[in-house]
Write a protein that binds this ligand. Sequence first.
Ligand code: F0G
Length: 445
Amino acid sequence: MQTANKKCINPDCGLTFDISTGNYLCTCGYLLDVQYHNLPKRELIDRFYERRDHGGNIYDESGVWRFRDLINFVNIDCEDFTQCASYLVSLDGSEGRLSKPYKMSKVAEYADIDIDSLLLQPEGYNPSGSFKDNGMSTAVTHAKMLKIRNLICASTGNTSASAAMYAANERMSCSVYIPKGEVAPGKLGQAFQFGAHVIEVNGNFDVALFTSLKAARENGGYTVNSVNPFRIEGQKTMIYRVLESLDWSPPDWIFYPGGALGNTASCGKCLMELYKWGWIKKIPRLVVVNSEGANSFYELVNGHFEGKKLSWNNGRPDLIMINRYYEFNDARGKVPKTQATAIQIGRPANIIKALRALDFTNGLVVQVNDREMADGMSIVGLNGFDCEMASGAVPAAVKKLRQEEVIEKDDVVVGILTGRQKDPQLVVNYHLDSNNRFANPPSKA
Ligand code: F0G
């Protein structure tokens, strides 16, 4: 008997699909969730902890698959190594293995929050250097289940790096659609090096996503963008690791940079499930941080368009308004533009799931500018951790919400630093300009 299926998130539809089907959209046009039929027992918490002493079992070593009982859409016996090895895709146990929350005292000082209150989780410690590996391992597991051997995605650079890495390791092929000239060199280099077929699109990420989805429909191929519900499943493990480090006592706040809003969607689903199962009693508030130059979600949610705040509205968000907003931007030639190219996105594909997440967590959407993100990235560096500019949005937003007294000095705040630095020239330029707050220019001999 199957233990999971896919379910449309539209409450007026709710259509279900077998787990072995390949569609990511319902016939009504909404995205799908993976839905589990079993109620997991809270005693699993002890098992997850014990698996950290992995004894060479890569599925225990992996920070994703250590929690496999909670994302068991394949329906395996999680204690049977042979079954794990036959079905679960892992880069030798490395995904999510090193990323856990760290205290960073200088970031805490910078943001004016208690040193013990701020926990930042560097997902750049993943094998391809970003949080994407959490969800890619699960998505590629599903592709393997369906026996599809060509992966396809659009990307601002990290998704393509991760997809290409897993494809290479699984001897699959991989096609990546990227916005020409808008991808950090370190990310583009990874796609080439891992042997992906790189297709440059004249246009931004939104155009690249449209083009790649069309190509997958017409020519076949397994889409690994975050519209894929199996990506969302793997990304939940970031929050499991956070909660494990806090003895499963939820923080007050969780911050993410927002682009296509896959993380937002995933965090929301993760918390909804844990709450439903009775594993957590308190719901942390989610903060999504947009770049000022790519702020569709910020504008829509905060009523900056037509003076009406977009909301989940019990599963009936104003889709017409979202389309009007996109058309309005197109008509005036507004395209997303930010130095944080990872989140240079105008039409976040997971917007509806993200609205659900905000609704469930009483969340907020804020925006920060490029200078603030660069400072955020640099203060993380001064703690001995590196992250990319999009991730710098997190410390910048914590600081902003502290200044506005939205969060208290002793609130427990978790921030996900989504990726490591792959744009070294951007960093060098920052440090050569002594006007920058944390500039560290070289001296002359
Ligand atoms: N941070 C980094 C480093 C990213 O690469 C991305 C997204 C995000 C944040 C935003 O996350 O989409 O879940 O809201 N990068 C995608 C890519 C779009 O193609 O690599 P999100």
